[in-house]
Unconditional design. Structure first.
Length: 94
């Protein structure tokens, strides 16, 4: 098979170059502050609205179609402003 389709949530792919996570949150749910040292992080919402806070102070309100990129050394927390679904791509630096 040449391609692979992913429909589940959670960790979809993890290898020496990349991690891919699919997350669904109900309105009001959150992901507590954490970091991803040694990685570049890309948030790509596909449904709903999320608030991403970097280092406890820099706020990014994202909706479907947006992409947020940041260095994994920054702490990140996520709040679901509505029912939402997003992918997080974590790319290891070399």
């Amino acid at each position: 098979m040449l391609g692979q389709t992913y429909t589940e949530t959670g960790m979809l792919l993890k290898n020496e170059e990349l991690q891919l996570v699919h997350i669904k949150l109900a309105q009001g749910e959150s992901v507590p502050a954490h970091d991803h040292k040694g990685q570049e992080v890309f948030f790509t919402p596909i449904k709903g609205d999320i608030k991403v806070t970097l280092d406890g102070s820099e706020v990014h309100n994202l909706n479907a179609g947006a992409v947020l990129r940041f260095a994994g050394e920054h702490t990140v927390s996520v709040d679901a402003l509505s029912e939402c679904e997003f992918f997080v791509y974590l790319v290891y630096r070399r």
